[in-house]
Design a binder for this molecule. Structure first.
Ligand SMILES: [Zn+2]
Length: 479
C-alpha cells in the first residue's frame, strides 16, 4: 500500500504541474520565524547547527482509553460496535440488506466478530458492478445523498461518499503515533483532485491533531521546496518517492536539508516503503518517517508507531485475516486476505475484501498500544498459490532469493506427483558455484524459513528462463 490509493501522478502527467500558474516564493520569512526559549532568539537563517526540535513527539496517545484497552475489553468493545453497525446498515443500506438476505441472515445472527464469517465478503469488483447498476454508491451508502458534503470519484471508476462531519479515527491515530503534534505546519502532497485521500482523510486528520495544513497537492517539486523552507514546515504527508524527489531538488538548488529545512515527521502511504529508502530519507532530512495502510473505500487499516513493529489496527475498524478461498478467519501468524469492517454510518462497509495479503500479530507492542498489528503487506491475493495447504506469494519467493546475491534469475514451479504438491526453485546463477551442494542446502533452508513449505532447488543453465515469465508457475492440473 501501501497501497490502494491511486498513486499521485508526477509533474507534467496529470497537469497539476502545468494547469496552475507556477510562482516562486522570492521573499523569505526565515529571519522572523524564530524559536523562542528563555528570552533567547535563535535565528534559523545561517544557523550553523541543526535545529533542535522542542516538541515531545515520542510519548502519549491520541485516544488513550481506546488505544490501551486490555485484550478482552477491546474484544467486547468491538463486538458492541459491530452489533450497532449491523443493525444500522441492515436498516439503511439496501446493498447490505440484500447481502444479508441472500444468505438468509438477520441482524440478530451477528453478535460477535466470529459471526462475521457468515456474511459474504464484498470484493472491489462487486462494488464497481453494483455502483454501475445503482449509481453513485450501489446502495452501500447509509444516508440519503442529500446529507453528504461531497462525492469522490476514484479510479475503477468507484465512488465514495464524503460525510458532513469527518469522524474517522484511524489516520489521525497514525499521525499521532508517528510523532505529529499540535502546531506542526504540514505540507500535504497527496492529490486533492477527485479522490478522497488528501482532502477528506489526510487533511481532516491533520486538523484533528491540531496541525496546520498547507494543501500543496502533487507535483511542483521546486515550489514544494520553497514552501518547506519559507514556512519551516515540520511535517510531510505524501509518498516516499515524492519526498525523495523533494530532497534531491532541494540539494540541487544548493540547500542543506537539515539546516535550511525543518522537517521532523513524515506520514507516508500509497507506495511500498523499502526500509533502505526510509533510512535514507530519515538520515537525509533528520526526520522520522512512519507509514500507514488503508483503502479509499474503508479508510485506515493500519499505522506504524515509533517502534516500527508492524501496523496497529485502528480502533474504529475490525480487521479479519481470512483464507481467500473459504472466507474463514485465520488466527494470528497465518497469511491470509485482509477483510475489513468499518463503523462508519455514512458508508458502512461490512466485510470488505481488500485483496491484500498480510499476517496479524497480537504480541504486546512496547509503545503501550494494545491493538493487534498487521506485520506487513505481503502482496495481492490474485498472485497467491496454495502449496500443501499453505499460501505462497511471489513476495516470499523474492525474499528467499534476495538473501543470495549469487542468483541471477529464478522461477518457482509447482507440480503435483502422486497427489502431493512439489515446489521447485529453478535457479540461474551469475557464475557456476564452486560448492553447488552447499549452496543448494542453504537456499532450501531459506525456503523453509521464509515460506514454511519445503522446496527443492534445481540449478539450470543461464538463459533458460525466458524474460517476463511468471515468478510462480503453477503446473498442476485438476481434472
Ligand atoms: Zn506500537
Amino acid at each position: 500500500m501501501y497501497i490502494d490509493y491511486p498513486l499521485p501522478r508526477r509533474e507534467g502527467i496529470m497537469g497539476r504541474g502545468t494547469d496552475i500558474p507556477t510562482f516562486t516564493f522570492t521573499f523569505t520569512l526565515t529571519p522572523t520565524l524564530s524559536h523562542r526559549g528563555r528570552g533567547r532568539i535563535i535565528l534559523y537563517k545561517d544557523s550553523p547547527m541543526p535545529k533542535q526540535d522542542p516538541t515531545e513527539r515520542t510519548t502519549g496517545f491520541l485516544k488513550k482509553n481506546l488505544e490501551t484497552l486490555p485484550h478482552k475489553k477491546r474484544f467486547e468493545y468491538l463486538n458492541q460496535k459491530l452489533r450497532g453497525i449491523i443493525q444500522y446498515a441492515y436498516k439503511n443500506s439496501t446493498a447490505f440488506k440484500n447481502k444479508m438476505e441472500s444468505v438468509g441472515l438477520k441482524p440478530k445472527d451477528i453478535q460477535t466478530i466470529k459471526d462475521l464469517e457468515k456474511i459474504p465478503i464484498t470484493k472491489k469488483a462487486e462494488l464497481v458492478e453494483l455502483q454501475k447498476k445503482n449509481p453513485p454508491f450501489g446502495g452501500f451508502e447509509g444516508v440519503p445523498i442529500s446529507e453528504l458534503k461531497r462525492i469522490y470519484v476514484s479510479p475503477g471508476p468507484i465512488c465514495e461518499p464524503g460525510e458532513m462531519e469527518y469522524s474517522e479515527l484511524g489516520w489521525a491515530q497514525g499521525m499521532y503515533a508517528g510523532g505529529f503534534r499540535p502546531g506542526d505546519i504540514v505540507i500535504n502532497t497527496f492529490s486533492y483532485h477527485m479522490v478522497p485521500f488528501a482532502l477528506h482523510m489526510v487533511d481532516n486528520s491533520l486538523h484533528r491533531n491540531g496541525c496546520i495544513v498547507i494543501p500543496t497537492g502533487v507535483g511542483n517539486t521546486e515550489q514544494q521546496v520553497n514552501i518547506l523552507k519559507t514556512f519551516q514546515a515540520t511535517g510531510f504527508c505524501g509518498t516516499p518517492s515524492f519526498l525523495l524527489n523533494i530532497g534531491e531538488k532541494a540539494e540541487e538548488i544548493g540547500l542543506d536539508l537539515k539546516k535550511d529545512l525543518n522537517l521532523k515527521v513524515g506520514f507516508v502511504a500509497a507506495e511500498m516503503l523499502p526500509e533502505s529508502l526510509r533510512l535514507k530519507l530519515e538520515e537525509k532530512f533528520g526526520m522520522v518517517i512512519r507509514q500507514t495502510y488503508g483503502t479509499a473505500d474503508i479508510g485506515c487499516l493500519g499505522y506504524e508507531c515509533l517502534q516500527k513493529s508492524g501496523m496497529h489496527i485502528p480502533d474504529d475498524k475490525i480487521v479479519e485475516i481470512v483464507d481467500p478461498e473459504t472466507g474463514k478467519q485465520l488466527g494470528p501468524g497465518k497469511t491470509g486476505e485482509i477483510v475489513a469492517t468499518s463503523f462508519n454510518k455514512v458508508y458502512p462497509m461490512i466485510r470488505f475484501g481488500t485483496g491484500d495479503l498480510s499476517i496479524v500479530t497480537e504480541t504486546p507492542c512496547p509503545c503501550g498500544r494494545t491493538s493487534p498489528r498487521l506485520i506487513k503487506i505481503l502482496g495481492r491475493v490474485d498472485q497467491v498459490t496454495k502449496v500443501r495447504g499453505l499460501f505462497v506469494h511471489p513476495g516470499q519467493a523474492e525474499e528467499v532469493v534476495s538473501r543470495f546475491p549469487q542468483i541471477e534469475k529464478y522461477q518457482v514451479v509447482v507440480t503435483r506427483k502422486e497427489h502431493k504438491d512439489e515446489m521447485t526453485f529453478r535457479i540461474e546463477l551469475k557464475q557456476e558455484s564452486l560448492q553447488p551442494e552447499k549452496l543448494k542446502e542453504e537456499i532450501e533452508k531459506a525456503i523453509r524459513d521464509v515460506i514454511k513449505v519445503r522446496g527443492d532447488v534445481e540449478f539450470i543453465p543461464k538463459g533458460t528462463i525466458p524474460d517476463g515469465t511468471r515468478k510462480i508457475d503453477d503446473q498442476r492440473s485438476w481434472e
